[in-house]
Design a protein around this ligand. Sequence first.
Ligand SMILES: C[S@@+](CC[C@H](N)C(=O)[O-])C[C@H]1O[C@@H](n2cnc3c(N)ncnc32)[C@H](O)[C@@H]1O
Length: 187
Amino acid sequence: MGYFDEEKNVEEYIRIAEGYDGRELIEVLKKYLPEDSSVLELGMGPGKDLEILSETFQVTGSDNSLAFLDRYKTKNKTVDLLLLNAVEMNIKKKFDGIYSNKVLHHLSKEELKKSLIRQAAVLNKNGILFHSFWYGDKEEEYSGLRFTYYTEKTFLTMPRTEYELLEIQSYSEMEKDDSLYIVLRKN
Ligand SMILES: C[S@@+](CC[C@H](N)C(=O)[O-])C[C@H]1O[C@@H](n2cnc3c(N)ncnc32)[C@H](O)[C@@H]1O
């Protein structure tokens, strides 16, 4: 059972994330993806970013936590939702964009490599990836939950043969320059 499969951890996350959303990150994504493009969100959690994405794009939400998905389904019955592990990316449908906000830092570096390869298979040609991470150069574990931090330099060691790097940028979420986002285009 994963950390976010437990209702109490889901509630605790929602409490901590109160007042934060990815609206500014989604503005960056909008520079690269035309309106009405299809976008898959990985690790949607409470679904705040999914709602912002849906103002512009045709969205599919996903998470590997049923607790988060079930909670979201009770307030929005029409949205397209999937139980999906970001490492395996076991999905046949293809998308113009894949977005995540503070999700892929829960993967090990090896898992992130695998995920990026799998994501290329799920993207249409010239499709866009947008992902955010916590900024730093360390790996930690709290209550069985992994945190892998990236800097521009360490992220650039990831194999990117299938992608062109469009942007890599530090930004501030809770503290100054505590975060990093990357934008990649599938070749
Ligand atoms: C820190 S929360 C971020 C949630 C949301 N993106 C937000 O910005 O509020 C991390 C989310 O990633 C999900 N997650 C963690 N590992 C995952 C994996 N391997 N595949 C899919 N989702 C994962 C968790 O269930 C949780 O919803």
